[in-house]
Unconditional design. Structure first.
Length: 656
């Protein structure tokens, strides 16, 4: 149910996706740069529309606050007019609302006290409403928009192909899911609500001011073109600098992330000082870019303040002239009386100027938020390159037949193919070993079976059906994976083994661990299968981590088992134990194993030899060992290495 809601929400936020995948950072940068503010704002309005009732609630409270602000100014004017009339009976009497004048028997001080009490009550109500606006806005943004938008982005990330993660640094992705989502959501609370509030306020203020004196109102608005020009110029400058800032910040986060993950390498090669200098340079670069943005904004705010002060000068100068003209000639058409009207006008001018300054400030803040929004929506807009077709075929239990038909594949889909014209057939239950030098395409070939990528040319078939026609979840549930570098989560050992089958009983978990020769060391731990291991399995040895990964794959009881060089991090004695134990695990399963040792290759029903992305040899161990080619050369080289190792061991024994 939740996934359906997220899918619908993502669909609402997604514009028509591009017709091609963005394969390089340069393409993505161009895509972000060409995303117009108009389109981004439109999408932010769509996002706000999903929470329209909460938005209406907040905007309604803002309207009440503005109404009370006007009411407070009017009451202030009433006090002034009342005092003038008390001092000069010929002065115009105050204009009471709706004719609700106080009783004539009330003393003047009582009338003033009641008006003052009304102003105080309005101030208290404004404070209460402002509190409700703050709480309501925070609840809307933090508890709903941020949470939902972050879920949508994270959900999208889970569905994107490996190509997206190949092209984007982890630091950039983390920044987008965290700070950029918050900035995008802040667009609603700060910019969108702010614009609505300003639009309503300016409309009310202008109507009120025009009702007092039209020409004076037009004179006050004379600075608007200057403010508009300043805002437009700054918008262009800040948007450019913000894009640079985000890139530099991503680079700094990447440096930090790599240093933490590679701390053993850094310390092992005594490169701490160099890494400190590298991070310091990135940090200073981010700081310098941020200082540049602050300088633009620091230059902008005094300019806006100067323009707003001009409005006050206009009111004093032009308004004073109109008062003098009215005093000299009470019948002067354009004049204005010194009293409530002018005082209220001056107060409204101050409010109007503040709103204009706030509008200009929102223009600069919007650039920061829109830059973040572009980065967030880039994830949402990235096409789902690997997904189930609308008429996907469902499979419960695959037989395990795998075939490649003239498969050609490259990561950038524009040449530099990793695999070229690869063709082979594997029957259900066969064990296939894949041999080849580094960079030959072994891991790439295996990644096409569970559809981590799709071939550029040709087809990968499962049980005679093109893998792209199958339901992707069904396909992957039929495949057990053990990667070259085992990744374990910060959780219990039992939870790590049962990651692909979270409902598995402890009995099944233990059985899988025994098959992978992991039960022996797990039972020696203080809490056994309930032992919580550190991040990435840091508490375990490489061999132990690999055995848990094998157990995780075996627990799925898959039809197809993929082992990407699983014995690389295991000593020969442990390797022998695992290979003996996994003979039973591989029975009745189609198994692909990347291997380099003859002990593993001899067990295979078929060996595929890759070189530079092409199949150069294929057959059984006996067939290939008796034929000239890469396989026999690799076997001879390994035999020589084994003899050398035995000789060294004998010499060491003799010396001892």
């Amino acid at each position: 149910m939740e996934r359906t809601i997220l899918t619908a929400a993502a669909a609402d936020l997604t514009e028509v996706p591009p017709t091609h995948s963005m394969n390089s950072p340069e393409e993505k940068a161009v895509a972000v740069a060409t995303s117009s503010n108009r389109v981004l704002i439109h999408r932010m309005v769509i996002l706000a529309w999903r929470y329209r009732w909460q938005c209406v609630y907040v905007v309604g409270l803002q309207i009440l606050v503005l109404t009370m602000t006007l009411t407070g100014l009017t009451l202030t004017g009433l006090v002034i007019d009342f005092f003038r009339h008390q001092q000069d009976v010929e002065a115009p009497p105050p204009q009471w609302w709706f004719g609700l004048a106080p009783p004539a028997s009330w003393p003047p001080l009582t009338v003033v006290a009641m008006i003052a009490l009304g102003i105080i009550v309005l101030a208290l109500l404004r404070g209460l409403l402002t509190y409700l606006i703050t709480v309501g806005t925070s609840d809307l943004i933090q508890r709903k928009v941020v949470v939902d938008l972050r879920r949508i982005v994270y959900d999208r990330l889970q569905r994107l192909s490996f190509r997206f993660f190949d092209a984007n640094e982890s630091g950039s992705i983390i920044n987008r899911v965290t700070s950029d989502v918050v900035n995008t959501s802040s667009f609603l609370s700060v910019v969108l609500f702010g614009l609505v509030n300003i639009a309503i306020a300016q409309t009310l203020f202008l109507i009120y001011m025009m009702g007092i004196h039209a020409k004076l109102t037009l004179a006050v608005m004379a600075t608007l073109p200057v403010l508009a020009g300043l805002t437009y110029t700054l918008k262009r400058l800040i948007r450019r600098d913000l894009d640079i800032y985000h890139k530099k910040n991503d680079k700094m986060i990447l440096t930090l992330s790599e240093n933490i993950q590679g701390v053993h390498v850094v310390k092992g090669f005594a490169r701490q000082n160099n890494e400190i200098a590298k991070f310091g340079a990135d940090n200073r670069s981010v700081c310098d870019q941020q200082r540049r943005i602050i300088r633009w904004m620091s230059l902008f705010h005094p300019s806006v303040g100067f323009c707003t002060q001009i409005n006050t000068m206009v009111v004093l100068a032009f308004g004073g002239y109109l008062v003098v003209a009215r005093e000299a000639d009470p019948m002067h058409v354009a004049g204005i009386a010194l009293g409530a009207g002018l005082v209220v006008f001056a107060g409204l001018t101050t409010q109007f100027s503040r709103q204009i300054a706030q509008l200009a400030n929102l223009g600069t803040r919007a650039q920061e938020y829109l830059a973040s929004a572009a980065r967030v929506f880039e994830i949402i807009d990235t096409p789902l390159e690997i997904q189930s077709p609308p008429d996907a075929m469902r499979i419960r239990r695959a037989r395990g037949a795998v075939a490649f038909e003239s498969v050609t594949f490259g990561y950038n889909q524009s040449g530099n193919d990793i695999l070229t014209d690869v063709t082979f057939d594997v029957e259900p239950g066969e064990c296939v070993a894949i041999l080849g030098p580094t960079g030959a395409g072994k891991s790439t070939l295996l990644s096409l079976i569970p559809r981590f990528y799709d071939p550029r040319l040709g087809r990968a078939l499962i049980d005679g059906v093109d893998a792209t026609r199958l339901d992707i979840d069904d396909l992957r549930r039929n495949i057990g994976l053990v990667f070259q570098e085992s990744f374990l989560f910060s959780n219990t050992i039992a939870a790590n083994i049962a990651f692909g089958h979270p409902d598995a009983t402890l009995e099944k978990i233990v059985s899988a661990a025994k098959i992978a020769c992991a039960d022996e060391f797990v039972t020696l731990l203080p809490e056994g299968y309930d032992t919580v291991i550190g991040e990435r399995g840091v508490d375990l040895s490489g061999g132990q981590r690999q055995r848990l990964a094998i157990a995780r794959a075996v627990l799925l009881d898959p039809s197809i088992l993929i082992l990407d060089d699983p014995t690389a991090a295991i000593d020969p004695e442990t390797e022998h134990e695992i290979l003996q134990a996994m003979d039973n695990a591989m029975a009745r399963r189609t198994t692909f194993v990347v291997a380099h040792r003859m002990s593993t290759l001899r067990r295979a029903d078929k060996v595929i030899v890759l070189d530079k992305g092409r199949v150069v040899q294929m057959g059984t161990h006996e067939q290939l060992i008796n034929a000239d080619g890469h396989y026999r050369s690799a076997a001879d080289l390994q035999a020589a290495d084994d003899k050398t190792s035995q000789l060294l061991e004998a010499l060491q024994t003799g010396v001892a």
